[in-house]
Design a protein around this ligand. Structure first.
Ligand SMILES: [Zn+2]
Length: 456
């Protein structure tokens, strides 16, 4: 029946500006009512979930996830990726199209929808490619991708370098009111850089990736949004200059937005030099909460779990991303969950693939860096994971309004826990956050009125 009564939780629904202790009644997979004392009017024998002392909010949405299906199932599958999402408190994910083959045609979109229906624990929305094969040369059939149900287009993992082609993509997407999401990377500036260009890249002898490699494309995208009127969303922003560009463009009313990932607002490039350097320099403020059992995690220099695209920035970049999140310049939080096999990461830094897993740790890191640190209210943080991504992608999600799909996340913001490799749900283990003492965790994930995961 997909019916459930959540009792006594602090219900935070930013879409309705609601923050109050209340019950949430779910009937037939839909939100029926939110308010005090709903037990009296609920059907007899309805299953109950005691949410006293917990936060109850619309199901969290992660709009930047690599599920690796089809074709890269050694890294992750729809089954394991959505299980990781559920354990992280996410009821919806948007999967990126850089699979094998790329999601650049209606048939592959249909395949993912079908597998997600059969094997997915949470809702899976699909982002289609901008160009055929994500090769950056010829536009994909964006109209038929739209018909097949993609919620956005992006060449994520790659970046369309040809500005004329990007203009046509924006104009094409505009016909269907599809947002264009972009992984911002100027190839001519970045070349074969593997980490942020600065003190640590010089010190470690690794090839540098200048911040301008991201900022150049953020600026390009602002101009494209202005020229075409299409909404352009800049993915995983990491550089101070990118945040400044986005802030100024939004003040001018340009239809642009941005997202940030926990690694970019928690870590810095000092982490590539090893834990000792990181804790000594940039890590001091990361654990802003008291924990009697806290031990600082240890890792060596050149650890490939600190190699991501875009790379970890300087402490100044991290502060700028945090400031952008705090003042609303960056409206959306996500993980860029990017699973890779152990053997792929267990190589020299230069040869390792970019990316880390993130679905199971992002909520805790967001709570620690944004809420427990006092930078954002709980409601403002939840908005960046619910109503904001839902609005960008026109998803019928992200709210507890009566009649909405009963996707709900229950959170214990104060729960202290350690991310344990043995209990992780993702098929891959390329996370830099194993062994980290974290604060804040989802305790139940409810999709369409059904509890798909609950903390034991
Ligand atoms: Zn990307």
């Amino acid at each position: 029946m997909n019916s459930l009564l959540l009792t006594g939780g602090r219900v935070i629904d930013p879409a309705n500006q609601l923050d109050a202790v209340a019950d949430v009644l779910i009937l037939g997979g839909k939100i029926s009512a939110v308010g005090p004392n709903l037990a009296a009017g609920a059907p007899a024998g309805i299953p109950r979930l005691d949410a006293a002392g917990r936060v109850v909010c619309p199901g969290l949405i992660d709009l930047h996830v690599h599920l690796r299906e089809p074709g890269q199932t050694a890294k992750e599958t729809i089954r394991t990726g959505t299980r990781a999402a559920a354990q992280g408190g996410f009821t919806s994910v948007v999967c990126m199209p850089n699979t094998t083959p790329a999601i650049d045609n209606a048939g592959t979109v249909a395949l993912i929808h079908e597998r997600a229906r059969e094997q997915g624990l949470v809702n899976v929305f699909v982002a289609g490619a901008i160009t055929k094969g994500i090769a950056g040369e010829e536009l994909a059939a964006i109209g038929s991708l739209h018909q097949a149900g993609v919620v956005a287009i992006t060449d994520d993992g790659h970046c369309v370098q040809n500005n004329e082609l990007m203009r046509r993509a924006c104009e094409y997407a505009q016909m269907f009111k599809l947002p264009v999401m972009d992984h911002c990377q100027d190839y001519s500036l970045v070349t074969d850089g593997v980490m942020h260009e600065g003190y640590w890249s010089t010190s470690l002898g690794l090839r540098g990736w200048p911040s301008a490699g991201e900022e150049m494309i953020v600026a390009r995208n602002i101009l494209m949004a202005e020229l075409t009127g299409t909404h352009v969303h800049c993915q995983h922003l990491s550089a101070a200059g990118s945040v400044a560009l986005l802030r100024a463009a939004k003040q001018r009313g340009v239809p642009v937005s941005g997202e940030a990932c926990p690694h970019h607002y928690t870590l810095t490039d000092a982490a590539v030099a090893g834990s000792e350097q990181f804790w000594k320099a940039d890590g001091k403020g990361v654990f802003g909460f008291a924990s009697p059992t806290r031990e600082f995690p240890v890792w060596p220099a050149y650890d490939t779990h600190f190699k991501m695209n875009p790379p970890l920035g300087s402490a100044r970049d991290r502060e700028a991303v945090l400031a952008g999140l705090a003042d609303g310049t960056i409206e959306i939080l996500c993980s860029d969950h990017a699973p890779h096999c152990n053997y792929e990461k267990e190589v020299e830094f230069d040869y390792a693939p970019f990316g880390i897993t993130g679905l199971e740790t992002e909520l805790a890191l967001a709570l620690m860096q944004l809420v427990h640190s006092g930078r954002l209210s709980l409601a403002a943080m939840i908005a960046k994971y619910t109503v904001n991504p839902a609005r960008l992608l026109n998803l019928p999600k992200g709210t507890l309004t009566a009649g909405a799909d009963a996707d709900v996340t229950v959170i214990d913001p104060g729960r202290e826990w350690v991310f344990d490799r043995a209990q992780a749900a993702s098929q891959s283990h390329n996370s830099p956050f194993y062994g980290w003492p974290l604060k804040g965790r989802a305790t139940a994930t409810i999709v369409g009125g059904r509890v798909v995961w609950q903390l034991a």
